[in-house]
Design a protein around this ligand. Structure first.
Ligand SMILES: Cc1cc2nc3c(=O)[nH]c(=O)nc-3n(C[C@H](O)[C@H](O)[C@H](O)COP(=O)(O)OP(=O)(O)OC[C@H]3O[C@@H](n4cnc5c(N)ncnc54)[C@H](O)[C@@H]3O)c2cc1C
Length: 409
C-alpha cells in the first residue's frame, strides 16, 4: 500500500524511569490483541489522553470507533504528564498578539473554554481522577519582568480573560514569594492523568469502542472515500476517517520547523510534605528559561518539573536524572521554602513545543480522510480537549469556528 505519502510515526522512548502516576491505581484500560472487525467508522491511532478524549467525543456521536496503540494503553507521554490543566498558553498573550493580531485572544479564550469543558465532562461522566479546580500563579522570571507582566495582564483583561495582577508586596503578603509580580488566574485544574485517560477510554468502551494493543500502524493510504492502515503485524484496517493521536511520535509528513522535541524532567515527592495552605488550591509556574512549575497532589505530594533542555535526546541520559531532580528541589526551596528531601519518583521525558505555543489540529497534509492531533506544550491536555471538539465537529460535517487557528503550519 505504499503511496507517495507513505507514513509511519517515529518510535521513541516516551519516558526514562517510572513516572509517579504509573504507580497509582485505575490507570489501565482493557484491550484485545486483534480488532474484531476490519472496517470502522473511525480509527484512532494512540490510546493516550488525546485518543481517549477523541474516542469519548466520537462515541458520544454514535460512531463505531477502534483505538489502536503499539504500546499498552495509557503508557505513552500521558502517564508522564504532571497534569497541570491550564488555559495559560506557553507563549504569553501579548507576545502571541504580535504574531496573530486579534486571533491570539481567540486562541486564549478557546483555551479557557476547553479547561472548563474538560472539568464539566469529567464531572458529568463521573470519572474518578482526582480532578480538582485550581487557580494558577504565573510569576515573573528571567524571561519577563514586572513591566512585561503588567502588559500581559492588560492583554488578558482586554481579551476578557479573568485574572488579577499582584505586585511584589501583595505576592509576598498572600503567597510568601519574593518576585517582582505575578498574574493570578482562575479556570485551572489538576488531575491524575493516568486515571483521567483510562476513565475516558472506559466510557468509550462502554459505548462500543474497541481498543486493540499492541497494534502498530506502519502505513496509510486513501482509497476513494476511506482510509486504509497497514499494521506491523501484516494486517490492513479500513475506516471512513482516521485520527492520529500519536503524541510526540508524530508522522514524518507533519514535520515542520514550527515545532520541535525537547527534553524535560519531573519529580513527585513523598506524601504529606509540609507546605503552605495556598498550594493545595494552586498551580505555580514562572516566566523563566528553563522554568520551574509545581503543584500538590491530594495526598500532599509535591509534583514539580522543568529544567527543560533543547536537546531532544538529553532526557535519555540516566546520569542527568538525579542532578535535574536536585536542581528542581533546590529551586522549589529557594522560591517558597518547601523542603521535599529525596523525591519518591523522578522521571525524564521528551516534550514538544511549537514556536507559537499552539497545537496542530488538522488534516494530514495530502489526505482528506486522515487527521492529526499534535497537542504540544505545557498545556497539552487542554489542547487535546480542543482537538476532540474540533475533530468531532468536522466528522459530523460541522465546522468548528476556531479550527483555522490550529491549522498545520
Ligand atoms: C514530563 C511531562 C510533563 C507534562 N506536564 C503537562 C502538564 O502539566 N499539563 C499538560 O497539559 N500537559 C503536560 N504535558 C504534556 C502532555 O502530557 C501531553 O501533551 C499529552 O500527554 C499528549 O498526549 P497524547 O495522547 O497526544 O500522547 P501519548 O500519551 O504519548 O499517546 C500517544 C500514543 O500513540 C501511540 N502510537 C504512536 N505511534 C503509533 C503507531 N504508529 N501505531 C500505534 N500506536 C502509536 C503511542 O504508543 C502512545 O501510547 C507534559 C508532558 C511531559 C512529558
Amino acid at each position: 500500500m505504499a503511496t507517495p505519502n507513505a507514513l509511519t510515526s517515529r518510535k521513541r522512548r516516551l519516558h526514562l524511569a517510572k513516572p509517579f502516576w504509573a504507580a497509582t491505581k485505575h490507570i489501565s484500560a482493557p484491550s484485545i490483541p486483534t480488532p474484531s472487525a476490519r472496517s470502522w467508522d473511525v480509527i484512532i491511532v494512540g490510546a493516550g489522553i488525546s485518543g481517549a478524549l477523541m474516542a469519548e467525543a466520537l462515541t458520544r456521536k454514535n460512531r463505531r470507533v477502534l483505538i489502536v496503540d503499539r504500546r499498552v494503553p495509557v503508557r505513552g507521554s500521558s502517564i508522564a504528564s504532571t497534569a497541570m490543566i491550564q488555559h495559560e498558553i506557553d507563549v504569553p498573550l501579548h507576545h502571541l498578539a504580535r504574531r496573530m493580531g486579534a486571533d491570539a485572544a481567540r486562541t486564549w479564550r478557546r483555551s479557557v473554554r476547553a479547561v472548563q469543558d474538560l472539568q464539566d465532562l469529567v464531572a458529568r461522566l463521573g470519572i474518578a481522577c482526582d480532578m480538582q479546580a485550581k487557580q494558577a500563579l504565573y510569576l515573573t522570571g528571567d524571561e519577563m519582568g514586572h513591566r512585561a507582566m503588567r502588559s500581559e495582564f492588560e492583554a488578558r483583561q482586554n481579551a476578557d480573560i479573568a485574572c488579577d495582577y499582584l505586585d511584589q508586596a501583595e505576592l509576598m503578603q498572600r503567597f510568601g514569594i519574593d518576585r517582582s509580580a505575578a498574574i493570578l488566574s482562575g479556570t485551572s485544574a489538576s488531575a491524575n492523568p493516568g486515571q483521567l485517560t483510562a476513565g475516558l477510554l472506559s466510557v468509550a468502551q462502554a459505548r462500543g469502542a474497541e481498543i486493540a494493543s499492541p497494534v502498530e500502524i506502519t502505513d496509510l493510504a486513501e482509497t476513494g472515500d476511506s482510509a486504509a492502515l497497514a499494521t506491523r503485524e501484516g494486517g490492513v484496517l479500513t475506516a471512513e476517517q482516521v485520527v492520529f493521536c500519536t503524541g510526540y511520535e508524530f508522522l514524518p509528513v507533519m514535520e515542520s520547523r514550527a515545532h520541535r522535541i525537547t527534553s524535560t524532567w519531573a519529580l513527585a515527592s513523598r506524601p504529606r510534605i509540609a507546605r503552605p495552605d495556598w498550594l493545595d488550591r494552586s498551580l505555580v509556574w514562572e516566566a523563566s528559561e528553563p522554568y520551574l512549575y509545581f503543584r500538590s497532589a491530594r495526598d500532599g505530594r509535591i509534583i514539580a518539573g522543568g529544567e527543560d533542555m533543547d536537546d531532544p535526546e538529553a532526557y535519555r541520559d540516566p546520569a542527568r536524572l538525579h542532578a535535574k531532580a536536585r536542581r528542581i528541589a533546590l529551586k522549589l526551596r529557594n522560591l517558597c521554602g518547601i523542603e521535599i528531601g529525596s523525591p519518591a519518583y523522578v522521571w525524564a521525558a521528551p516534550f514538544g513545543n511549537t514556536s507559537d505555543g499552539l497545537p496542530i489540529i488538522d488534516r494530514v497534509p495530502g489526505f482528506s480522510c486522515a487527521h492529526a492531533v499534535m497537542g504540544f506544550g505545557g498545556n497539552g491536555i487542554t489542547f487535546s480537549m480542543i482537538a476532540a471538539q474540533i475533530i468531532a465537529a468536522r466528522l459530523s460535517d460541522k465546522r468548528d469556528p476556531d479550527e483555522e487557528l490550529f491549522a498545520f503550519r
